[in-house]
Design a protein around this ligand. Structure first.
Ligand code: SF4
Length: 194
């Protein structure tokens, strides 16, 4: 019999491969949505709806939603501002702590996160936070490096016509991603003019 696992999901596209791979490994994932970091609210709701549609119509995976405590996000991660390593560590901790709380409440023994599929996330930091929080809650962290499957997740989500955001979630990441895109554009222009 498959082992129940509560899988924190950051968005629909990032859930595709982790759900498939965890099922292949013998887990029975239930998705947990806890993402008070996503700004603005309309963007949060859009990503959640994309996830719910895919979970119901394609993956047939149940979804539970946790508390969306935007004030806690402002009091915690946001105070680190442009210090990305500290900000993301606090952001992972906030979301995964709530995931672990729900896992305990719902009787799960295993927890994981789809954050481990994106090469844009801080994998080591995220894994460390998940490991610590899970163990503190008496749960088993299921830490997998899903990053090699990111290109396939991208391909599949395009095929499914899923909305794909171009920033991680918070307002800081939106500004950082816009800056990165502008830099890349400038580099391409410079290369062409040589
Ligand atoms: S970049 Fe992503 S993980 Fe980091 S603080 Fe912002 S929303 Fe959270």
């Amino acid at each position: 019999m498959a082992t129940p696992l509560l899988l924190h999901a950051c968005c629909g596209p990032c859930s595709l491969e982790p759900v498939r791979l965890l099922r292949e490994e013998g887990f029975d994932p239930v998705i947990c949505w806890v993402n008070p970091n996503i700004q603005p609210v309309e963007e949060h709701d859009r990503r959640l709806q994309v996830l719910l549609d895919w979970a119901k119509n394609v993956a047939k995976v149940p979804v539970v939603t946790g508390e969306c405590d935007r004030d806690a996000w402002e009091r915690g991660p946001a105070r680190f501002g442009s210090d990305r390593p500290q900000r993301c560590r606090a952001c992972y901790a906030l979301r995964l702590a709530e995931t672990c709380r729900i896992a305990r409440r719902e009787g799960f023994a295993h927890v994981s996160t789809t954050l481990a599929v994106s090469p844009y996330q801080l994998f080591d930091t995220c894994s460390e936070v998940l490991d610590k929080l899970a163990r503190a809650n008496g749960l088993t962290p299921v830490i997998r490096d899903f990053r090699p499957y990111y290109p396939e997740a991208t391909r599949l989500s395009r095929e499914l016509k899923m909305y794909r955001q171009n920033y991680c979630g918070c307002r800081f990441s939106a500004a950082e991603a816009a800056l990165e895109r502008a830099r890349a554009r400038d580099a391409r222009k410079a290369a062409k003019s040589k």
